[in-house]
Design a protein around this ligand. Sequence first.
Ligand code: HEC
Length: 131
Amino acid sequence: MNSNYVIKSIKVVSLLLLVMMLGGINSFATGDSAKGKESYNQICAMCHGETGKGDGVAAASLDPKPRDLSSGEYVSTLTDEHIFKVIKEGGESVGKSNLMPAWGAVLSDDKIWDVVAYLRADICKCQHKAK
Ligand code: HEC
């Protein structure tokens, strides 16, 4: 093995590592929707309903009703940061009803991003649209 070959291999390996790291950072920033689905079904579905329509078992007794999270029209008006905040700090933190509880004590920030990713990918099937 000559040293040129070794240097070349090191370059290839570092490039691969870099790509893997970037992939990792990226999936961190955008969340993992499969994991988000688990959290959603455990704690959000009872109010928002399994498909997000706001028809969970606990919804009937709530006023205001849990938001229809399947509405792409509505949820595309919300930024990811807004959705993150309302999950972490509750409805009141964004001027909405405190019937939307704060989940910061239950879900880590990573898990909240996973839920945001799940909402985008499967519940509203929408992205934020700037007006
Ligand atoms: C106890 C019932 C309940 C649970 C559990 C619940 N929510 Fe809510 N959520 C509500 C209600 C009620 C509202 C409507 C608040 C309003 O319009 O003032 C709401 C509103 C929202 C909104 C819209 C915020 C906005 O600015 O319009 C989002 C997004 C949301 N909830 C996400 C979630 C997620 C994700 C979970 C699970 C981590 C969850 N909610 C769990 C009751 C609940």
